[in-house]
Design a protein around this ligand. Structure first.
Ligand code: 5GP
Ligand code: MN
Length: 336
């Protein structure tokens, strides 16, 4: 993988057919970075399509351009045609093509210039032509901001781009509370505010945009589906499929649920598992010195960041929960 800076001179060159891809179930950072980059590249005269591997949460639909994003699962043939024509493929907010689900094979096989911009640990660098992978960055949106400024296009950041970038900063820093919200992040926010950004509207769009059933669901889950293991300073939430059906849970409704148990004094690790149709999906969050990335990688086919990671299992819900409880014992010393 060559340094991403080598692509800067090419940005102002001849028009290219460009595809921007991101990880499955894109969150505010994934969608925000993709749409902000798209708006830059369009201004530079390129033709650009954003493809998401799957559908996404309704609470990112306010971002300018979501109505033109293609969903690979829903519209496979159209997406394959666009990928076949692409000269450049940007890969945002993921470190490995496996994070794009059914798009993995087509993306791997396609001969094109592939550009990685990401902040997850242990990227599959040889798979990309150019790129930057920096785990110190709060979000891919921060990296897209840097990309735009460093490549000499700061003047092209308009209000809708500022809104997309801000959403990713908010999403990935837990509204600026995680250690990743370093000084530079706040400086970027100041620059975005200077573009006319109304930060209050973005917070409302992201967090005050759910239906009643989602709040009832959270109440039910915290009351009935959360177990605390004080001997391991760990909280576990297990969500069976019947709960998802009962509360008519949609993509994105479970976002943020994993953060609630962190408010309990002394909790170091929170684990959440959801019984999805195709797999059991794990989320992990930690405080202090417990490495969630390592944990997800070692036991649950996953990865992510030090304090936030995820994984998945093909086992039944009962089996994967049993496995979790076993590995909790193995990790006792790390959780003290
Ligand atoms: P979340 O719990 O919000 O789904 O994910 C937290 C972090 O872990 C995100 O940065 C996400 O990219 C990463 N992550 C989630 N699931 C997986 C997975 O199955 N594999 C890998 N490698 N990373 C994951
Ligand atoms: Mn991210």
């Amino acid at each position: 993988m060559q340094p991403v800076q080598e692509i800067y001179p090419l940005l102002s060159g001849p028009a290219r057919r460009i595809v921007i891809t991101t990880h499955q179930k894109p969150d505010a950072d994934a969608m925000g970075s993709s749409l902000a980059l798209k708006q830059l590249l369009i201004q530079l005269g390129h033709s650009v399509t954003v493809i998401s591997p799957t559908n996404w949460a309704g609470w990112v639909n306010w971002m300018s351009g979501t109505d033109e994003v293609l969903d690979f699962e829903a519209d496979r043939n159209a997406c394959l045609e666009v990928i076949a024509e692409a000269e450049w493929i940007f890969c945002l907010d993921y470190n490995h093509f496996a994070r794009t689900k059914a798009m993995e094979q087509p993306l791997r096989e396609k001969e094109a210039i592939k550009i990685l911009i990401d902040h997850h640990q242990e990227p599959d660098s040889p798979a990309f032509t150019y790129g930057i992978s920096d785990t110190r960055k709060s979000s891919t949106c921060e990296m897209i901001y840097d990309f735009i400024v460093e490549s000499g296009h700061a003047d092209k950041i308009n209000l809708t781009m500022a809104e997309c970038i801000y959403a990713g900063l908010v999403g990935d820093t837990g509204s600026f509370r995680f250690p990743s919200a370093h000084e530079g992040v706040h400086r970027i926010v100041a620059e975005l505010k200077a573009k006319g950004l109304s930060h209050t509207s973005i917070h409302e769009n992201l967090f005050d945009n759910f239906l009643e059933n989602r709040l009832r669901f959270i109440g039910h889950v915290l009351m009935n589906r959360m177990e605390i293991f004080y001997e391991y300073n760990t909280a576990l939430i297990v969500i069976p499929k019947s709960d998802l059906l009962r509360f008519r849970i949609r993509t994105g409704d479970t976002e943020g649920l994993v953060n609630y148990p962190q408010s309990i004094q002394g909790i170091k690790l929170v684990a959440l598992v959801i019984d999805r149709d195709e797999e059991r999906k794990w989320s992990f969050r930690s405080k202090g010195d417990f490495d969630c990335n390592k944990f997800a990688r070692k036991y649950f086919n996953g990865g992510g960041h030090f304090a936030a990671s995820g994984g998945h299992s093909a086992d039944s819900l009962d089996q994967t929960v049993r496995r979790f409880k076993e590995v909790l014992k193995e990790n006792e010393a790390l959780l003290k």
